[in-house]
Design a protein around this ligand. Structure first.
Ligand code: NI
Ligand code: MN
Length: 229
């Protein structure tokens, strides 16, 4: 499976299917792709904030792909005439041959449309299983001790970890999160998109690899990390 980072929390997982997670491309200064360039069999959204919901509806529409997300958000998105798969935490949905398990995240969530703020359930993390490889996208979150349970129950191979601080945990929390989940690989995300979330990902890599068996892959926007099952 290939994991391509599009900057911020946006990733494309490419294997026998193509899964797009949190495709915030329009307005994301790091994104090398425009929504029209993106192919997808399944679109997954961790929560309703604009930097995660992003271009999900346009990409889903262009590709005739369903959007998988928490129930309340799925009801909001369904009004736009795209197929949605609503689910909730602890559950695993099988969608077009892809497994999506929803897990807790310690964060808030809403959808802003025009000047209205719409309640969209809570923020989540997701574990996507494709071709036997499990990728845990933490969404936006602080570190929480139950990440240990997520690691024990789901044994993710790869963890996509926010390190930007301000809106999520920073590097110190992110290192602890990797320690709790124990993935084989970790990829930092949700940093350097905007000035308030500027971070040096090499500091995260150094701190993890000095103390834990996990290997950290620091990607440039557009760059691919490849993992076999
Ligand atoms: Ni958020
Ligand atoms: Mn965010």
């Amino acid at each position: 499976m290939k994991i391509r980072w599009l900057g911020h929390a946006a990733f494309i997982l490419e294997g026998s299917k193509t899964v797009v997670i949190d495709p915030f491309l329009t307005g994301n200064p790091l994104s090398p792709l425009k929504p029209a360039d993106v192919k997808a069999d399944v679109v997954v959204v961790t929560h309703g904030h604009g930097d995660h919901l992003g271009d999900a509806v346009e990409i889903a529409r262009n590709n005739d792909a369903p959007i998988v997300c928490i129930h309340e958000l799925s009801r909001i998105i369904a009004r736009k005439g795209v197929e949605t798969v609503g689910m909730n935490m602890g559950g695993t949905a099988r969608v077009s041959g892809v497994g999506v398990t929803m897990v807790h995240a310690l964060h808030s969530a809403d959808v802003e449309e025009d000047d209205e703020i719409i309640s969209s359930g809570t923020a989540t993390g997701v574990i996507v299983e494709l071709d036997g490889v499990k990728v845990y996208h933490c969404g936006d979150t602080d570190v929480f001790l139950d990440m240990q349970l997520i690691g024990e129950l789901h044994k993710p191979d790869v963890m996509l970890v926010p390190i930007g601080d301000w809106y999520t945990m920073g590097i110190k929390g992110a290192v602890k999160a990797v320690e709790l989940v124990k993935p084989k690989y970790a990829i930092p995300m949700h940093y350097n998109t905007f000035p308030v979330i500027e971070q040096n990902p090499e500091e995260f890599k150094k701190a993890v690899e000095e103390t834990l068996p996990t290997k950290v892959a620091v990607l440039k926007p557009g760059e691919v990390f490849e993992i076999s099952d």
